[in-house]
Design a protein around this ligand. Sequence first.
Ligand code: PLP
Ligand code: COI
Length: 345
Amino acid sequence: MTMTRNWRYTTADLPKLSPFGSVQTDRISLSQFDGSAWSTPQLIPAADFALHPGSHCLHYGSSCFEGLKAYRWQDDSLAIFRPDQHAKRMVTSGELLSITPPDESHFIEMCKSVVRDSADSIPPAPGALYLRPVLLGADTNIGAASTPSSRSIFYVMASPVGDYFAGGERALRLLVEDKLPRTAPGFGQVKTGSNYAAALSITLAAKKKWKADQVLFCPSSDVQETGAANFLLIDDKKIITKPLDDSFLHGVTRNSILTIGKELGYEIEERNVTTDELLKWTEHGEAALSGTAAVLAPVGSLIFEEKEYTLCNNEPGPNARRLRQALIDLQQGVAEDTRGWITRI
Ligand code: PLP
Ligand code: COI
């Protein structure tokens, strides 16, 4: 059902929403687990959120998060993309970090409630409302280093966003890092802040020295992912990407692109790729980053051992553009949702 609203943003306002995530809506949805049950979610002013200084999450890293988007379609109706998959991934993250996670329906209901509450702030395409569900260990015993938190806090905040990478749709520049890992072994599949903190100094150095947009982590020559997105090789016939294991984040966008790509007739190869194969691939193929924030962002150059390798003349390639458009058409309700990926609000 559509309704008339006083929309806060037009397409012309999208530059004001940059950098990605810097503008946020005023209210969050909050629920707490007291060791036995979750409280009824409440919409509260974001400014009223308070955390005890002794909270487990602040001392022992018991925190994880998600990132998903709600869209305002051309007819002004609202939709969230694959919230069930993000809920499932938060359950995995919570379990691996010993934090009690919300179940799928609790997660989805809170996301919906925030979208309804912040609906006026959803910008039109190519913008979206980025939802950031956060799960925290809430016990306040500061000696609890080797004890899981019995209490959890779960909240969902929202941010009207435009493009993640500054400069719009352009080919990205990646530094290939073949020694340092992005995460501790086994924790790549966990969406926790410490993974991002660990990768930050490596990314900052790559930005400074090489003007790289992202670092592509390939420890021991195993091509994994970048600091904020999954990595795919694409050409006219196939899409190649690493098979799911515990070394990298299992992207919802990655899964969506593989599914859409298969239906468009691409052969899907989920297999490991070495840095040698990656560099050889640049001679004919395309590469792209997939992620909720990144959407499907084409890669124009790779820097490895002080040498630059260009893909597709450093321009967005035709296959990456085709797949990106197919994904956007689904998210925006232009293409029919035949797989139940869209949750209408
Ligand atoms: N890998 C990392 C490290 C990320 O931060 C993200 C973004 O969430 C992804 C991959 C892509 O995941 P998704 O497509 O579910 O957003
Ligand atoms: C996302 O795409 O949702 C992410 O979490 C990337 C983030 C670093 C903005």
